[in-house]
Ligand binder design. Structure first.
Ligand code: PEP
Ligand code: MG
Length: 581
């Protein structure tokens, strides 16, 4: 048996077959054929078109009942395949220049895609991405490679990939994906966040997984320890079948805390919020007091075009309905960094996480920003909502964002469209520069929520996506707790609500310290709610305060974690002992 190691980012155990997912990368070179083979080469091209159409027909047929919206995308791809102008140009390159079919396809499709990208109408520009998709399909067929796709799997599998793009995870076939293994990605990468919210066990950062693991082989994924076991012996499989059952049992016990009122042992109440990224119902809605983070970018990423104001309005209303009267914190578009939109081509940047991302991008594209703000404001007439801006670095950012809200409000007012005129406006604190002046930020905002995923990245100067330096990404470092303590203190002193919606809020050990530092609003994925409620119920307020004090005087993250684990273990043992009496 061989064991591969990685980061366990979404707890659980899975036993299933491997499905290696490799997004096809076209590797085409300028190449020509000898005279006399024109007809043969042209036939290769038309055969590839026919094979592509057969594949697309099958996809449309399988999606048309459950996901007619997704099916439409592929119907559009069939139309591209049948575009006479494109086919004529490829034919011309094959017959007149004797270009190899793959080279001709690459040249012609890419040329058309570039033309489309230049269109001012975003709907037309969006077609460029479709054209590239179809080009890749035809090129893959010309190269004789099979299709790989995660939206429509036939059996239960553990997906193994170099990395998953948000567009892969957005369309993931949740009924068949039992586990995820990737070669890159840390605990706060989007793959990790999605895996946790879908409750799919995941181990990320497994070096060379796609090379070492074989399609179809049976493996064990231990996403508690961060291990993948290849060629497991019969005895190990039996062991793991028992472990899986025990794990599910303990999850069930913890789950009993799901609908308990969140209290620490001395009786103080805290609030639990939910992080969401879709407009779909989520079982977590039942167990929370607020929606602390609605990541609206997923709406944009799942769409084939820039969502219109009406589409966004309808989506936001749906989320308000799902929230059943609890306030929804709508975070404005956060793209850039590791998140892109297929229909919005942005200039390549050397350091995208330090670049034109999130609020910066929105301020740079006022029309795009205004469309979202108008949609959000219109939805605010239908339920409690607050608006929050990501990637705020300065007071200037806050003022510029608030001015954009004012402008959208003025327009709606003039048009007689209702909205919540007193809507709360807040910020994410995820850049150290704004954390350091949280007192001033509190004066200018109605609330704040701390994005510890990015705050860790920017405080520790560690790319959150770079597996090679994952050890430097320390969200529970003493430095993090010191800066968090300062943010909570400033907002609490100003009497303005402050929450944490980064992954740290859902980590039970860290939650003890956050409570001790004065945090009372924790927003997290549904899968963490019961764990946080249970662990915090073991501590009194005074104990958490003492623990927080001690942690801030520790020197390393390892020291902090060992200490917190021991404090929890002590209390759990006491409980077990008293239950036995
Ligand atoms: C964060 O940075 O902590 C956060 C919640 O935002 P995201 O993970 O979407 O960047
Ligand atoms: Mg962030």
């Amino acid at each position: 048996m061989r064991i591969l190691k990685g980061n366990p980012v979404s707890r659980g155990i899975a036993l299933a077959k491997v499905y290696i997912y490799k997004a096809f990368k076209a590797d085409v070179h300028e190449s020509y054929f000898e005279a006399g083979q024109e007809a043969l080469k042209f036939k290769q091209f038309t055969d590839a078109l026919a094979a592509a159409e057969t594949e697309l027909d099958a996809i449309v047929a399988s999606l048309s009942v459950e996901s007619p919206e997704k099916a439409k995308i592929f119907t559009a791809h069939i139309e591209i395949l049948n575009d006479e102008e494109v086919a004529e140009e490829v034919k011309d390159m094959i017959f007149s220049s004797r270009a190899m079919p793959d080279y001709a396809v690459d040249m012609v499709f890419t040329e058309f895609a570039i033309l489309l990208e230049k269109a001012r109408d975003p709907l037309i520009a969006a077609r460029a991405a479709d054209l590239r998709d179809v080009r890749n399909r035809v090129l893959r067929i010309l190269k004789g490679e099979k299709e790989h796709n995660l939206s429509n799997l036939r059996e239960k599998v553990i997906v193994v990939a170099h990395d998953l793009l948000p567009s892969d995870t957005a369309t993931l076939d949740r009924a068949h994906v039992m586990g995820i293994v990737t070669e890159v990605g840390g605990a706060t990468s989007h793959t990790a966040i999605i895996a946790r919210s879908y409750k799919i066990p995941a181990v990320l950062g497994v070096s060379d997984a796609t090379e070492i693991m074989k399609n179809g082989e049976m493996v064990i994924l231990d996403a508690l320890k961060g291990q993948v076991m290849l060629e497991p012996e019969r005895a190990t499989i039996s062991d793991y079948e028992v472990k899986l059952e025990e794990f599910l049992k303990s999850e069930k016990l913890t789950a009993e805390y799901l609908d308990r009122i969140p209290l620490v042992a001395s009786g103080e109440r805290f609030s639990v919020g939910l992080n969401i990224g879709t407009t779909e119902p989520d079982e977590g809605f039942k167990y929370v007091d607020f929606i602390g983070l609605f990541r609206t970018e997923f709406l944009y990423m799942e769409s084939e075009h820039m969502p219109t104001e009406d589409e966004q309005f309808a989506a936001y209303r749906k989320v308000l309905a799902n929230a059943m009267g609890n306030p929804v914190t709508l975070r404005t578009l956060d793209i850039g960094g590791d998140k892109s939109l297929r229909y919005l081509v942005l200039p390549k940047e050397d350091n995208p996480f330090l670049g034109n991302r999130a609020l910066r991008l929105c301020l740079d594209m006022p029309e795009l920003f205004k469309t979202q703000l108008r949609a959000a404001l219109r939805a605010s007439a239908f339920g409690p909502m607050q608006i929050m801006f990501p990637m705020v670095g300065t007071i200037d950012d806050i003022r510029a964002a608030k001015a954009a809200v004012q402008e959208a409000k003025a327009e709606l007012l003039a048009e007689g469209i209702p909205f919540d005129e007193k809507i709360n406006i807040g910020i994410m604190i995820e850049i150290p520069s704004i954390a350091m002046i949280a007192d001033f930020a509190a004066e200018e905002t109605d609330f704040a929520s701390v994005g510890t995923n990015d705050l860790t990245q920017y405080l520790h100067a560690v790319d959150r996506m770079n597996q090679k330096i994952a050890d430097y990404y320390q969200s529970s470092s003493p430095a993090m707790f010191r800066i968090l303590g300062k943010i909570f203190e400033e907002y609490n002193d100003a009497g303005k609500p402050v929450s944490v919606c980064g992954e740290l809020a859902g980590e039970p050990l860290a939650a003890i310290v956050l409570f001790g530092l004065g945090l009372r609003k924790f927003s997290m994925n549904a899968s963490n709610i019961a764990h946080v409620k249970r662990v915090l119920s073991l501590f009194t307020l005074a104990e958490t305060e003492e623990i927080a004090e001690n942690v801030m005087n520790m020197k390393t993250q390892d020291e902090v974690e060992a200490y917190l684990k021991a404090e929890v273990a002590k209390r759990e043992q006491k409980l077990i002992a008293s239950a036995k009496k």
